[in-house]
Design a binder for this molecule. Structure first.
Ligand SMILES: [Mn+2]
Length: 324
Protein backbone atom coordinates (compact mmCIF):
# COMPACT_ATOMS: atom_id res chain seq x y z
CA UNK A 1 0.00 0.00 0.00
CA UNK A 2 1.42 3.42 -0.86
CA UNK A 3 0.94 6.43 1.36
CA UNK A 4 -2.19 7.77 -0.33
CA UNK A 5 -3.83 4.36 -0.18
CA UNK A 6 -2.90 4.12 3.50
CA UNK A 7 -4.40 7.55 4.18
CA UNK A 8 -7.61 6.49 2.46
CA UNK A 9 -7.73 3.19 4.29
CA UNK A 10 -7.15 4.87 7.67
CA UNK A 11 -9.82 7.44 6.91
CA UNK A 12 -12.30 4.70 6.00
CA UNK A 13 -11.34 2.64 9.04
CA UNK A 14 -11.91 5.51 11.46
CA UNK A 15 -15.25 6.37 9.85
CA UNK A 16 -16.48 2.77 10.02
CA UNK A 17 -15.46 2.00 13.60
CA UNK A 18 -17.77 2.36 16.55
CA UNK A 19 -15.09 3.72 18.85
CA UNK A 20 -11.43 4.59 18.50
CA UNK A 21 -8.68 4.01 21.05
CA UNK A 22 -5.42 5.85 20.52
CA UNK A 23 -2.14 4.81 22.08
CA UNK A 24 1.45 6.08 21.95
CA UNK A 25 4.70 4.75 23.36
CA UNK A 26 5.69 4.58 27.01
CA UNK A 27 7.10 7.87 28.36
CA UNK A 28 5.00 9.96 25.97
CA UNK A 29 6.84 12.77 24.24
CA UNK A 30 5.48 15.78 22.36
CA UNK A 31 5.49 13.89 19.06
CA UNK A 32 3.41 11.02 20.45
CA UNK A 33 0.91 13.15 22.38
CA UNK A 34 0.62 15.70 19.54
CA UNK A 35 -0.17 12.97 17.01
CA UNK A 36 -2.54 11.18 19.38
CA UNK A 37 -4.50 14.36 20.08
CA UNK A 38 -4.74 15.29 16.40
CA UNK A 39 -6.24 11.87 15.62
CA UNK A 40 -8.49 12.22 18.65
CA UNK A 41 -9.98 15.53 17.56
CA UNK A 42 -10.53 14.10 14.08
CA UNK A 43 -12.49 11.20 15.57
CA UNK A 44 -14.66 13.68 17.47
CA UNK A 45 -15.22 15.59 14.25
CA UNK A 46 -16.52 12.33 12.76
CA UNK A 47 -18.83 12.06 15.79
CA UNK A 48 -17.01 8.98 17.08
CA UNK A 49 -16.31 7.98 20.63
CA UNK A 50 -12.59 8.26 21.15
CA UNK A 51 -10.19 7.57 24.00
CA UNK A 52 -6.49 8.06 24.55
CA UNK A 53 -4.87 5.22 26.45
CA UNK A 54 -2.55 6.59 29.09
CA UNK A 55 -0.70 4.45 31.62
CA UNK A 56 2.34 6.67 32.26
CA UNK A 57 2.27 8.05 35.77
CA UNK A 58 5.03 10.64 35.32
CA UNK A 59 5.20 12.98 32.35
CA UNK A 60 7.87 15.04 30.70
CA UNK A 61 7.28 18.79 31.37
CA UNK A 62 5.87 19.69 27.93
CA UNK A 63 3.57 16.66 27.86
CA UNK A 64 2.30 17.56 31.34
CA UNK A 65 1.48 21.09 30.11
CA UNK A 66 -0.52 19.65 27.20
CA UNK A 67 -2.37 17.22 29.47
CA UNK A 68 -3.28 20.10 31.77
CA UNK A 69 -4.61 22.10 28.82
CA UNK A 70 -6.79 19.33 27.34
CA UNK A 71 -7.81 17.54 30.53
CA UNK A 72 -11.44 18.72 30.42
CA UNK A 73 -12.02 18.00 26.74
CA UNK A 74 -10.22 14.71 26.15
CA UNK A 75 -10.95 11.30 27.64
CA UNK A 76 -7.83 9.55 28.88
CA UNK A 77 -8.20 5.94 29.96
CA UNK A 78 -5.92 3.66 31.86
CA UNK A 79 -5.53 0.47 29.85
CA UNK A 80 -7.06 -1.56 32.70
CA UNK A 81 -10.36 0.25 32.01
CA UNK A 82 -10.67 -0.19 28.26
CA UNK A 83 -12.67 -3.43 28.24
CA UNK A 84 -15.69 -1.54 29.51
CA UNK A 85 -15.72 0.73 26.45
CA UNK A 86 -14.50 -1.61 23.76
CA UNK A 87 -16.43 -3.85 21.36
CA UNK A 88 -15.66 -5.93 18.29
CA UNK A 89 -15.92 -2.87 16.04
CA UNK A 90 -13.48 -0.77 18.07
CA UNK A 91 -10.33 0.43 16.39
CA UNK A 92 -6.90 0.84 17.94
CA UNK A 93 -4.69 3.56 16.42
CA UNK A 94 -1.08 3.38 17.57
CA UNK A 95 1.12 6.43 17.03
CA UNK A 96 4.89 7.00 17.15
CA UNK A 97 5.77 3.37 17.98
CA UNK A 98 5.50 0.00 16.22
CA UNK A 99 6.75 -2.45 18.84
CA UNK A 100 4.31 -3.70 21.44
CA UNK A 101 6.84 -3.89 24.28
CA UNK A 102 7.29 -0.10 24.23
CA UNK A 103 3.62 0.81 23.80
CA UNK A 104 1.79 2.36 26.78
CA UNK A 105 0.47 -1.12 27.44
CA UNK A 106 2.39 -4.07 26.05
CA UNK A 107 -0.50 -6.52 25.95
CA UNK A 108 -3.56 -4.82 24.57
CA UNK A 109 -2.53 -4.53 20.91
CA UNK A 110 -3.48 -8.12 20.15
CA UNK A 111 -6.86 -7.75 21.86
CA UNK A 112 -8.10 -5.42 19.09
CA UNK A 113 -9.58 -6.85 15.93
CA UNK A 114 -8.96 -3.63 13.99
CA UNK A 115 -5.58 -1.92 14.23
CA UNK A 116 -3.68 0.95 12.61
CA UNK A 117 -0.06 1.96 13.24
CA UNK A 118 1.17 5.41 12.20
CA UNK A 119 4.88 5.82 12.81
CA UNK A 120 8.22 7.12 11.56
CA UNK A 121 10.45 4.51 13.21
CA UNK A 122 11.94 1.68 11.23
CA UNK A 123 10.28 -1.73 11.44
CA UNK A 124 12.14 -4.53 13.19
CA UNK A 125 11.64 -8.21 13.87
CA UNK A 126 9.51 -7.45 16.89
CA UNK A 127 7.23 -4.91 15.18
CA UNK A 128 3.53 -5.62 15.37
CA UNK A 129 1.51 -6.51 12.31
CA UNK A 130 -1.45 -4.19 11.99
CA UNK A 131 -4.32 -4.08 9.47
CA UNK A 132 -2.90 -0.79 8.26
CA UNK A 133 0.74 -0.12 8.86
CA UNK A 134 1.65 3.42 7.81
CA UNK A 135 5.38 3.73 8.31
CA UNK A 136 7.46 6.49 6.77
CA UNK A 137 10.97 6.27 8.10
CA UNK A 138 12.15 9.17 5.94
CA UNK A 139 9.76 11.62 7.57
CA UNK A 140 10.81 13.75 10.57
CA UNK A 141 8.10 12.73 12.98
CA UNK A 142 4.73 11.12 13.44
CA UNK A 143 3.35 14.64 13.87
CA UNK A 144 4.51 15.50 10.35
CA UNK A 145 2.94 12.30 9.03
CA UNK A 146 -0.37 13.05 10.75
CA UNK A 147 -0.22 16.64 9.42
CA UNK A 148 0.27 15.24 5.91
CA UNK A 149 -2.82 13.07 6.44
CA UNK A 150 -4.82 16.13 7.55
CA UNK A 151 -3.84 18.24 4.57
CA UNK A 152 -4.35 15.36 2.16
CA UNK A 153 -8.04 15.58 3.11
CA UNK A 154 -7.97 19.28 3.82
CA UNK A 155 -9.37 18.53 7.27
CA UNK A 156 -9.48 21.60 9.48
CA UNK A 157 -7.50 21.45 12.67
CA UNK A 158 -8.22 23.64 15.70
CA UNK A 159 -5.33 26.03 16.45
CA UNK A 160 -4.42 24.42 19.75
CA UNK A 161 -4.06 20.97 18.14
CA UNK A 162 -2.05 22.52 15.32
CA UNK A 163 0.27 23.89 18.01
CA UNK A 164 0.67 20.43 19.55
CA UNK A 165 1.57 18.91 16.16
CA UNK A 166 4.06 21.71 15.50
CA UNK A 167 5.62 21.01 18.90
CA UNK A 168 5.99 17.34 17.94
CA UNK A 169 7.73 18.25 14.68
CA UNK A 170 9.93 20.83 16.41
CA UNK A 171 11.01 18.30 19.05
CA UNK A 172 11.79 15.45 16.66
CA UNK A 173 13.72 17.67 14.24
CA UNK A 174 15.65 19.34 17.06
CA UNK A 175 14.29 22.74 15.99
CA UNK A 176 14.25 21.94 12.27
CA UNK A 177 17.95 21.13 12.21
CA UNK A 178 17.77 17.41 11.47
CA UNK A 179 15.60 15.16 9.28
CA UNK A 180 14.05 18.32 7.86
CA UNK A 181 13.23 18.88 4.20
CA UNK A 182 10.86 21.06 2.19
CA UNK A 183 7.90 18.84 3.13
CA UNK A 184 8.65 19.30 6.83
CA UNK A 185 8.56 23.07 6.38
CA UNK A 186 5.40 22.76 4.30
CA UNK A 187 3.75 20.79 7.12
CA UNK A 188 4.88 23.44 9.62
CA UNK A 189 3.52 26.23 7.43
CA UNK A 190 0.21 24.35 7.04
CA UNK A 191 -0.05 24.15 10.83
CA UNK A 192 0.85 27.81 11.29
CA UNK A 193 -1.77 28.77 8.70
CA UNK A 194 -4.26 26.86 10.84
CA UNK A 195 -3.33 28.88 13.87
CA UNK A 196 -0.41 26.99 15.44
CA UNK A 197 1.52 29.32 17.73
CA UNK A 198 5.29 29.24 17.53
CA UNK A 199 5.37 31.10 20.83
CA UNK A 200 3.32 28.39 22.54
CA UNK A 201 5.52 25.70 20.99
CA UNK A 202 8.50 27.36 22.65
CA UNK A 203 6.70 27.27 25.99
CA UNK A 204 5.98 23.55 25.54
CA UNK A 205 9.63 22.93 24.73
CA UNK A 206 10.98 24.90 27.68
CA UNK A 207 13.31 22.77 29.65
CA UNK A 208 13.73 22.08 33.29
CA UNK A 209 16.71 23.95 34.74
CA UNK A 210 17.85 21.09 36.95
CA UNK A 211 17.72 18.65 34.07
CA UNK A 212 19.66 21.12 31.92
CA UNK A 213 22.42 21.38 34.51
CA UNK A 214 22.52 17.60 34.77
CA UNK A 215 22.97 17.39 31.00
CA UNK A 216 25.69 20.02 30.95
CA UNK A 217 27.62 17.97 33.49
CA UNK A 218 27.53 14.97 31.18
CA UNK A 219 28.85 17.08 28.31
CA UNK A 220 31.78 18.47 30.28
CA UNK A 221 33.07 14.93 30.62
CA UNK A 222 33.33 14.31 26.89
CA UNK A 223 35.66 12.26 24.76
CA UNK A 224 36.11 12.87 21.04
CA UNK A 225 37.14 9.78 19.11
CA UNK A 226 38.72 10.02 15.64
CA UNK A 227 37.95 13.74 15.56
CA UNK A 228 34.29 13.16 14.61
CA UNK A 229 32.69 10.96 17.25
CA UNK A 230 31.52 12.58 20.47
CA UNK A 231 31.32 10.09 23.30
CA UNK A 232 29.74 11.09 26.61
CA UNK A 233 29.00 9.09 29.69
CA UNK A 234 26.75 9.91 32.63
CA UNK A 235 27.67 9.66 36.27
CA UNK A 236 27.58 6.24 37.89
CA UNK A 237 25.58 7.67 40.79
CA UNK A 238 22.77 9.22 38.72
CA UNK A 239 19.92 7.63 36.80
CA UNK A 240 18.93 9.47 33.62
CA UNK A 241 15.75 9.48 31.59
CA UNK A 242 16.04 8.18 28.04
CA UNK A 243 14.97 11.58 26.66
CA UNK A 244 17.78 13.24 28.59
CA UNK A 245 20.37 11.02 26.97
CA UNK A 246 18.75 11.73 23.60
CA UNK A 247 18.83 15.49 24.15
CA UNK A 248 22.52 15.39 25.05
CA UNK A 249 23.20 13.39 21.90
CA UNK A 250 21.27 16.01 19.86
CA UNK A 251 23.25 18.85 21.42
CA UNK A 252 26.59 17.22 20.64
CA UNK A 253 25.82 17.32 16.91
CA UNK A 254 25.75 21.12 17.09
CA UNK A 255 29.54 21.34 17.31
CA UNK A 256 32.08 21.70 14.52
CA UNK A 257 33.48 18.44 13.14
CA UNK A 258 31.20 16.23 15.24
CA UNK A 259 29.35 13.82 12.93
CA UNK A 260 28.19 11.19 15.40
CA UNK A 261 27.37 11.25 19.07
CA UNK A 262 26.95 8.46 21.61
CA UNK A 263 25.65 9.20 25.06
CA UNK A 264 25.37 6.51 27.68
CA UNK A 265 24.04 6.53 31.19
CA UNK A 266 22.24 4.53 33.82
CA UNK A 267 18.47 4.35 33.30
CA UNK A 268 18.02 2.44 36.55
CA UNK A 269 20.22 0.36 38.82
CA UNK A 270 19.75 -2.55 36.44
CA UNK A 271 19.75 -0.90 33.06
CA UNK A 272 22.11 1.18 30.93
CA UNK A 273 20.86 3.27 28.03
CA UNK A 274 22.73 4.50 24.97
CA UNK A 275 21.38 7.24 22.74
CA UNK A 276 23.10 7.96 19.44
CA UNK A 277 22.72 10.62 16.77
CA UNK A 278 24.45 11.13 13.46
CA UNK A 279 24.32 13.75 10.73
CA UNK A 280 23.72 10.80 8.43
CA UNK A 281 27.25 9.73 7.62
CA UNK A 282 27.27 6.64 9.81
CA UNK A 283 24.56 4.03 10.20
CA UNK A 284 24.36 4.24 13.97
CA UNK A 285 21.33 1.95 13.92
CA UNK A 286 23.61 -0.81 12.69
CA UNK A 287 26.17 0.01 15.40
CA UNK A 288 23.64 -0.20 18.21
CA UNK A 289 21.99 -3.27 16.72
CA UNK A 290 25.18 -5.10 17.65
CA UNK A 291 24.43 -4.24 21.29
CA UNK A 292 20.78 -5.23 21.04
CA UNK A 293 19.30 -1.87 20.04
CA UNK A 294 18.29 -0.34 16.75
CA UNK A 295 17.55 2.77 14.71
CA UNK A 296 18.67 4.34 11.46
CA UNK A 297 21.42 6.61 10.17
CA UNK A 298 20.17 9.63 12.15
CA UNK A 299 18.77 8.27 15.31
CA UNK A 300 19.44 5.12 17.34
CA UNK A 301 19.17 3.83 20.87
CA UNK A 302 19.54 0.75 22.99
CA UNK A 303 19.01 -0.46 26.53
CA UNK A 304 21.24 -3.05 28.15
CA UNK A 305 20.49 -4.99 31.31
CA UNK A 306 22.86 -6.69 33.68
CA UNK A 307 26.02 -4.77 32.75
CA UNK A 308 27.85 -1.89 34.37
CA UNK A 309 28.37 1.47 32.70
CA UNK A 310 32.03 0.66 32.29
CA UNK A 311 31.28 -2.69 30.61
CA UNK A 312 28.81 -1.12 28.21
CA UNK A 313 31.35 1.58 27.36
CA UNK A 314 33.92 -1.09 26.55
CA UNK A 315 31.42 -3.06 24.46
CA UNK A 316 30.47 0.02 22.46
CA UNK A 317 34.07 1.05 21.86
CA UNK A 318 34.85 -2.49 20.72
CA UNK A 319 31.97 -2.43 18.21
CA UNK A 320 33.10 0.97 16.96
CA UNK A 321 36.62 -0.37 16.54
CA UNK A 322 35.38 -3.38 14.59
CA UNK A 323 33.22 -1.30 12.29
CA UNK A 324 35.99 1.05 11.17
MN1 LIG B 1 8.58 10.59 17.17
Amino acid sequence: MNKKQSFKAINRFIRHSSSIFIMGHKDLDLDAIGSALAIYQLCLKFKKKAYIILDDTKHEAGVQKILDIVRDTVIFLNSSKIEKYKNSNSLLVVVDVNKSQIMQNEKIFSSFRKTVVIDHHDLGEDSVSANILLIDKEISSTSELVTEFLYFYNYPIPPIYATFLLAGITLDTNNFTSKTNAKTHYAASYLIRHGASVKDVNVLLKQDLEEYILRQKVITDLEVLDGTIAFAKGSNRICYKREELAKIADTLLEFNHIETSYVMGKLSDKEIGISARSIGTVNIGEVLEKLGGGGDQHDAACRISGKTLKEVEEDLKKVLGEMK
